[in-house]
Design a binder for this molecule. Structure first.
Ligand code: AMP
Length: 114
């Protein structure tokens, strides 16, 4: 999508500190980290919100979770624990309309989320 910042990160048009990429997804460090480890896993294909998923996207979303878990392991978080979050639309706190899975870790998480 033309004006999507995460599409531009996916293609390399905008730089980001990438920690993983393959043919389906890219993972990079969040610009404004909310925890010592804060990585975003995005699909290369533009999907605006969780509401826009279809059945053909199910494997892709599963892959995003699997990639997040592998990065968590690489970052030394597997045993300590971590959180993954996907925000949807205004009340969910979504600010970038290209789906992304937040991987947060390296500190104790609170509940409930603000
Ligand atoms: P959300 O509020 O769930 O839509 O999350 C969007 C996230 O994208 C926020 O945590 C931002 O800090 C992060 N973000 C926005 N622009 C960039 C960028 N250019 N590089 C890395 N992270 C970004």
């Amino acid at each position: 999508m033309n004006n999507c910042i995460f599409c531009k990160i996916s293609t390399g048009e905008i730089s980001a500190e990438k920690v993983y990429e393959d043919d389906q997804v890219v993972a990079f460090r969040d610009l404004n980290p909310q925890a010592p480890v804060h990585v975003l896993v995005i699909p290369r294909r533009h999907i605006a919100t969780l509401n826009d998923l279809t059945t053909v996207d199910e494997a892709l979303v599963g892959h995003m979770s699997h990639v997040a878990a592998r990065i968590a392991g690489d970052e030394g978080l597997a045993e300590r624990g971590y959180r993954t979050v996907m925000n949807c639309n205004a009340e969910g706190g979504q600010t970038v309309f290209h789906i992304h899975l937040h991987l947060l870790g390296g500190r104790q998480m609170g509940w409930s989320p603000g």
